[in-house]
Design a protein around this ligand. Structure first.
Ligand code: DC
Length: 212
């Protein structure tokens, strides 16, 4: 079984993906980390973040061993990831890695922006997570402060809105729900409530299948 979770920055889709994978004993891939790792590699090489050739080279040399680097979680790298992820050739270079991950048993949860629309259009369950940008900014600020980073909530909100705009309006694989995605608004849910709502969606889809 493949579960696709998409949604905007700081919507909580990553935590949800991890928790759902744990619940179903599936493997989990946070695909945002892939774009973040590419962005970091470009910057580490001293190239400009909008250098498409450098980004493509970094995507082709992707090293999943580096996905755990805590620097990848920072806001600066997230913003840079949004830039490299808009290059169509960079996205293409990363498709097969994601599809291979999704295909391996016993099942997988992938979260990102285009999992239900481009990477796994035949996913068994598609969930599109949304949340009020103000709520997302609040959560992301608290997370950053918990990591010891200095975070200004107004700047975090501005960054989220800028990133949403870029992710939604890029010509290739824009952020949008698949036509068969289930919307999950977690603006007023805590993590546990969001996980329960997601499990309810998966179970409803499974029950519907069994009846056919
Ligand atoms: O989910 P995140 O904040 O870790 O994602 C960082 C950036 O990577 C995001 O601004 C857009 C890009 N991204 C993407 O284009 N496609 C994905 N499947 C995941 C992330």
């Amino acid at each position: 079984m493949i579960i696709a979770i998409d949604g905007p920055a700081a919507s909580g889709k990553g935590t949800l993906g991890k928790r759902l994978a744990h619940h179903y004993h599936f493997r989990h891939l946070d695909t945002g980390v892939i774009y973040r790792a590419v962005a970091k590699a470009v910057l580490d090489d001293g190239a400009a973040i909008d250098d498409e050739t450098a980004a493509l080279a970094a995507a082709m040399e992707l090293d999943p061993e580096k996905f755990g680097d805590p620097v990848l979680k920072t806001q600066g790298i997230g913003d840079a990831a949004s830039v490299v992820s808009a290059f169509p050739r960079v996205r293409e270079a990363l498709v097969s890695f994601q599809r291979q991950f999704a295909a391996e048993p016993p099942g997988a949860v992938l979260d990102g922006r285009d999992i239900g629309t481009v990477i796994c259009p035949d996913a068994d369950v598609k969930i599109f997570v949304v949340a009020d940008p103000v709520v997302r900014a609040r959560r992301r600020t608290l997370e950053a402060r918990a990591r010891g980073e200095d975070a200004d909530e107004a700047l975090v909100l501005a960054d989220i809105l800028k990133r949403d705009e870029r992710d939604r309006n890029r010509p290739v694989a824009p952020l949008k729900p698949a036509s068969d995605a289930h919307l999950l608004d977690n603006s007023h849910l805590d993590i546990e409530g969001g996980v329960r709502a997601a499990i309810a969606i998966v179970e409803a889809v499974r029950a519907g299948r069994q009846r056919v």
